[in-house]
Structure formats: structure tokens, C-alpha cells
Write a protein that binds this ligand. Structure first.
Ligand SMILES: Cc1cc2nc3c(=O)[nH]c(=O)nc-3n(C[C@H](O)[C@H](O)[C@H](O)COP(=O)(O)OP(=O)(O)OC[C@H]3O[C@@H](n4cnc5c(N)ncnc54)[C@H](O)[C@@H]3O)c2cc1C
Length: 509
């Protein structure tokens, strides 16, 4: 999620008849599709825009005036724990529906895993966490419209995409063969996803069988060649933050179905928010009202009784009718729940590396290469973080190096200087001169962050059928919110927003 994490490979024939080989993320696939098949892609995206606009109108609440909430007898008192996208969307929708809300956030800022930097290159925006937005993400686009935020396209850049598998850079012919093989596998995945319910995947035919099987095992069973296998495992691992052998097949299919099958690959990562993603957190927080959001308020205990809940922050007790738990599951262990959360509740958190390097200029262009690359280690993906923010005055750019699952474990296991060296060496290999051009870097260690404890979730084997329903429906007086509660958009900012909206719907809009 991921950055251009859904990497695909494609061979295209340009106007002069030359086969161009490209390894790409979904965002890149979208760019090339536009380049070579503009009419078809644009008309499909227009259709998608209409249906997404309609979906966002249904998803988002009615926006009842805030002034009316105090006097509503039907209003419930709700405490929301966590002011990431999920907690803020639920607070905004609950308030709009006439409930009384108090948001408690442990940090000194709102946004959680959405964190926008403006200090790395003057005048350019860099996302330290959630970055890319889909044309098929109705809640994000609906809120952007409501709060006057704009979308900046992910742009197409000419140039070859380096692909390194098993320590060897593929040549053009090998890359073309790889694409043909991968294309078949991806289209088989789309076909398999057609039988899956994206909202309640646990109710799909053979849900338990698909949930108990990993996508890694499924890939291995396709009889692909060694390079195709390596490429697919690297892509899916980087994308979802856990090794492909630990990812539920059902969860992958639910995500493909929710994203619109082919559109999942071409339209899921096509925009960035021009104002920076954190602007949405700030607009939601502004609409909720500073008086209803308490920062530096880490919740230590949640007691649920027959008539209400008690939420403890330090010595203070806040009483309410309902509680919304909108933190990552990794931090649940630091909160005392009475009664305890159900034993069977299990959510697997992914581990991703997002390493941001400021370069003196776009070095990849010197060799006729594009900034996007795929490798099976030590870094799996690279891309241009400051894409479409060109400026004559400022040539500096930021390149993202991204990895997931055990590749991240290996990088995190190194001393900081060794990790830096490994990442720079990788960049230098793909883009000679990158080492000299590197000015400074920032390592986004969300796994080590004690209020996050991972990058984003992805259901492990059996977890969607054992825990998905509880996460989506809640338990007595406790609702769950967060990207981990939305199977169709698990891991995405869209999943966080949709989970917040559906909490409000369950409590009563
Ligand atoms: C490296 C990386 C890259 C990503 N790329 C993309 C992308 O390109 N596109 C995309 O759509 N998504 C992406 N994501 C995922 C996206 O950022 C998340 O899905 C989304 O932001 C999750 O929001 P949330 O509200 O569920 O959780 P969070 O944002 O984690 O919010 C939870 C909040 O709870 C707070 N909290 C924790 N403990 C307590 C406590 N005891 N008391 C009170 N508050 C507490 C935390 O401080 C935090 O603010 C990426 C994530 C990462 C890490």
C-alpha cells in the first residue's frame, strides 16, 4: 500500500515498433495504460469516477450541523481511541449523526500513520507513511471533495525499469518473457477473485479453504519459472508487508474484488493529495473541533459494564456509552481491557521499510532509466517520491526505497549505518551516480514506533474467517476501527476511512 508497491511487469510496443519493457507498480501500469491505450483507460476511469462519486455519497454521512449534538436525546456518548484516519472519520461521522464524541490520542498530533514532511526539500511534499490514493477509493475522494483537497496525478516517466532477480539484472528479452508469464498469473488471480464477497469475504464459497491457504503456496502451485516465482513473491511481499507464504489467499482475493479486478491493478495508486495526506487528518480534526480531541492522552484501561464504559487516561476516568478502538492491533497489549478482548481475535501486522533519500537531482534519467524498479532484495521497490512536483528553482528530488516482510526484518536487523550502506549500494547498482547524489536520508521505522508497531496489517492464514466478522461488527459496547477492519481495502488509508464510517453507521447514523 504501499507506494507503488503493486508492481507488475509489462511489455509494450511503442509507435516505432520497439518493444519497451517495463516493471511497474499499479500506478505505473496506469501510466503506461494511459500512454498506449488512452481512450479505453480514460473512458473506464470516467465510468469509475461516476460510480465512485455515487459510492462516496452513500458512504459518507449526512453532515448534520454540529451545533445540534448536545441537545439530541438519541445521541450516544462515544469515546474514540486514536486519531488516525479511522478514529477521525468515525468521530466526524458520529458527530454529524448527533452523537457526543471525545477523541483520545496518545501522540501530540493527529494523523497516525499519515505523516507529511515539508522539510526534506523546500517546496516539495514527502509522505512518511500512507502515500498513494486510488481512483477506486470512494471515501478518500469523497472527503477530499467535501474538504476542498485536490488530487495530483502520479505521472508517467519514460525510461527502462531495472529488474534485479537472484542478484542479476534482467535484459530486455528476459524481462519480456517474465511479463508474459506474470500476466497469465495475475489474470488467473482476477478470475479467482470474482467468486469472493469483498465486504464479507468470510461468507464467500469455500471461504475457510481459501483463508487457510497462502497466496505464496498458490503461486508456487502455478508451475511458473524461477524468475517469475521470485518476482511475484517479491512484489506481493513488499506490497502487503508480510511474506507471501503468510498471507491469506482469501484476503488477497477480497482486495482484488473490492478494487475492481483489472482496476485494482491500474487504478489503485494513481493520485497523491496535493496538499499532503495529513491535510485530510487536519480537516477532519478541525470539523470535529479541538475541544473534542485530546492529544497526549494515552488510554491505559477500558472497562465495559452493563450500562456503559469507563476509559482511563492516567488517573482520569471518562465515562461513555460506547468505545471505538481505533489503534493498531499491535498496541492492544498495552491497554488493559476488562473484560479482556476475545482470545480468538488475531490480526497480523506487516513490516515495511520506507527509506527516503534526498538526491541532488533525478539521477535515474542520466542512464535513460525510470525511477521505479523491482528486485528480490535487499530493497524490493524504488520510486520517485516527489513525482510531479518539478520546479526550475529546486532540482533536488526524493527517492523512496521500499521493502516488506523478511526483507524488512533483514534491514531492521542491521546497524543504522550498515542499513544506510545497503540501501545506497542497491540504489547505486540500479542508478550509477546515486551514491554521489545522495544528500540525506530519513528512515521511517513504523515497526519500531511504539504507538504503531508495524506498517499495515494483512490477514494471516485463517484470520479472516476467525476474526474478520468480529472486527467488522464489534462486541458489546466496543467497536473496532482501523485499516485492519476493512477487508476490501485492508492496509490502505481507504480501509481506515471506510472502517470509521461503518462504525458510525453501526452505532447509529
Ligand atoms: C510505510 C507505509 C506506507 C504506506 N503507504 C500507503 C499508501 O501508499 N496508500 C495507502 O492508502 N496507505 C498506505 N499506508 C497505510 C496507511 O497509512 C494506513 O492504512 C492508515 O493510515 C491507517 O490509519 P488508522 O487510523 O487505521 O491507524 P493509525 O494511523 O495508526 O492511527 C492509530 C492512532 O492510535 C494512536 N494510539 C495508539 N495507542 C494509543 C493509546 N493507547 N491511546 C490513544 N491513542 C493511541 C496512535 O498514535 C495513532 O495516531 C502506508 C503505511 C505505511 C506505514
Amino acid at each position: 500500500m504501499i507506494g507503488p508497491a503493486r508492481v507488475l511487469l509489462a511489455a509494450h510496443t511503442d509507435r516505432a515498433g520497439v518493444v519497451m519493457l517495463t516493471c511497474m507498480a499499479t500506478s505505473l501500469l496506469a501510466r503506461l495504460a494511459l500512454r498506449f491505450d488512452r481512450d479505453r483507460v480514460m473512458s473506464r476511469r470516467e465510468l469509475l469516477r461516476d460510480s465512485v462519486a455515487a459510492a462516496s455519497a452513500v458512504l459518507l454521512g449526512a453532515g448534520v450541523a454540529r451545533g445540534s449534538i448536545g441537545g439530541r436525546s438519541a445521541g450516544r456518548r462515544v469515546v474514540v481511541i486514536g486519531a488516525g484516519f479511522a478514529g477521525l472519520a468515525s468521530a466526524y461521522e458520529l458527530l454529524s449523526a448527533g452523537h457526543e464524541v471525545m477523541v483520545l490520542e496518545a501522540r501530540a498530533r493527529v494523523g497516525g500513520r499519515v505523516l507529511t514532511f515539508r522539510d526534506m526539500v523546500p517546496g516539495k511534499i514527502v509522505e512518511g507513511g500512507g502515500e498513494l490514493i486510488g481512483a477506486n477509493h470512494p471515501a478518500w475522494l469523497g472527503y477530499a471533495k467535501r474538504f476542498g483537497l485536490t488530487m495530483r496525478d502520479v505521472t508517467e516517466e519514460d525510461g527502462e525499469f531495472p529488474i534485479v532477480l537472484g542478484g542479476r539484472m534482467l535484459d530486455t528479452r528476459e524481462a519480456e518473457a517474465l511479463w508474459e508469464e506474470m500476466e497469465g498469473v495475475l489474470s488467473a488471480l482476477n478470475d479467482a477473485a470474482r467468486a469472493v464477497d469483498p465486504v464479507r469475504p468470510w461468507e464467500s464459497p469455500d471461504a475457510a479453504g481459501l483463508d487457510g491457504r497462502s497466496i505464496g503456496e498458490w503461486i508456487d502451485g502455478r508451475g511458473c519459472g524461477d524468475e517469475c516465482r521470485r518476482a511475484l513473491h517479491a512484489l506481493i511481499t513488499a506490497d502487503n508487508g508480510v511474506d507471501s507464504q503468510e498471507q491469506s489467499m482469501l484476503a488477497n482475493l477480497a482486495m482484488i474484488a473490492a478494487g475492481g479486478f483489472e482496476s485494482f491493478w491500474t487504478d489503485s495508486e494513481v493520485y497523491r493529495c496535493a496538499e499532503g495526506n495529513q491535510a485530510l487528518a487536519q480537516r477532519l480534526a478541525g470539523a470535529v473541533g479541538a475541544e473534542r480531541i485530546r492529544l497526549k492522552a494515552a488510554v491505559a484501561r477500558v472497562e465495559r459494564g452493563e450500562t456503559g464504559v469507563r476509559v482511563l487516561v492516567g488517573e482520569e476516568v471518562i465515562e461513555a456509552d460506547e468505545v471505538v478502538l481505533a489503534t493498531t492491533p499491535s498496541v492492544w497489549g498495552g491497554i488493559a481491557f476488562d473484560p479482556p478482548l476475545p482470545d480468538a481475535l488475531r490480526v497480523q501486522m506487516g513490516r515495511n521499510t520506507k527509506h527516503l533519500t534526498v538526491l541532488s537531482g533525478p539521477v535515474w534519467r542520466e542512464r535513460g532509466r525510470g525511477p521505479d524498479s523491482l528486485a528480490d532484495g535487499p530493497v524490493q521497490l524504488t520510486w520517485h517520491e516527489t513525482d510531479n512536483q518539478e520546479s526550475d528553482e529546486e532540482r533536488r528530488v526524493v527517492m523512496t526505497s521500499f521493502a516488506g516482510g523478511s526483507a524488512t526484518d533483514a534491514l531492521r536487523g542491521m546497524e543504522r549505518s550498515a542499513r544506510e550502506r545497503a540501501i545506497l549500494d542497491h540504489m547505486e547498482r540500479l542508478y550509477p551516480g546515486a551514491g554521489r547524489a545522495a544528500l540525506l536520508s530519513r528512515d521511517m521505522d513504523w515497526v519500531g514506533d511504539r504507538l504503531t508497531g508495524g506498517s499495515y496489517s494483512f490477514p494471516g492464514l485463517g484470520q479472516l474467517t476467525s476474526s474478520g466478522r468480529t472486527l467488522a461488527t464489534g462486541i458489546e459496547r466496543l467497536q473496532f476501527a482501523g485499516e485492519h477492519c476493512c477487508p476490501g481495502f485492508v492496509g490502505y488509508m481507504e480501509g481506515a476511512l471506510e472502517s470509521g464510517i461503518s462504525v458510525a453507521r453501526r452505532i447509529g447514523m
